[in-house]
Ligand binder design. Sequence first.
Ligand SMILES: [Ca+2]
Length: 251
Amino acid sequence: MPTERSQTQASPPVWLATTFNSRSRTGSDNALSLPASSTADSADNGSRTNGATSQPSITANDFDPINVGDLTTADLAAIDILYAQNPSNGGPGTAWAANQSKLTDFVNGGGVLIVHDRFVSGMAAYLPGSPGTFVQIYTSSIDVLDDTTSVTQGPAGVITDASLDGGNFSAHGYVVAGSVPPGSVGIIIFGSNPDQLVTYAYPYGSGWVIYSTIPLDFYLNKTGQPASNLRFIYAPNVVFFANELRLGVAP
Ligand SMILES: [Ca+2]
């Protein structure tokens, strides 16, 4: 079975948006129509689904997934949460860079941007504001730092110190805790080190960014440890937590 680092394709970011109370606008069918450039789903690679494997994280919360394509023509004013995967170890891709100001405006205006990222090193420059110091290093061992949020105690279940271990890899690095913006919430950590954040949320303008070094895209169509816990518990919980941030009921 290939590891996620063995994959060398230059995948574009996988964008997926969610909105609320929009069923009348989008119809009763929650299916997300894939772009014409979409490649077939691959059992070996969650990143080639252009969002198909990300949808259950959204629909598990009874939110509506909306395909925002490469963001260029997407109306981000119509959505509340942008759920993005960066499936490339080498960088976030041209679509991300081309829409960076749009992303920043979205968060500044109250949106919540969720980013699960394989790249890590250099990624801080592509995120709104000054998210901190990012370090790329690989591990199969991550722990819970703050067990009070819906990420680890959420509607989809509980994440423990053991739940996300054993990945190849479980995280691609960390963010230096002492470097993050005031008001940030550290949730998952590298190894057992509270100074090294794997999943955290930081405020920017009227919105929030949830950033993680977990290569989530790789696991969203797999089972076993830690894929099942990432896919069926962690990921839906993160989307739920994003909505709590948006509504101001968390942290
Ligand atoms: Ca652990």
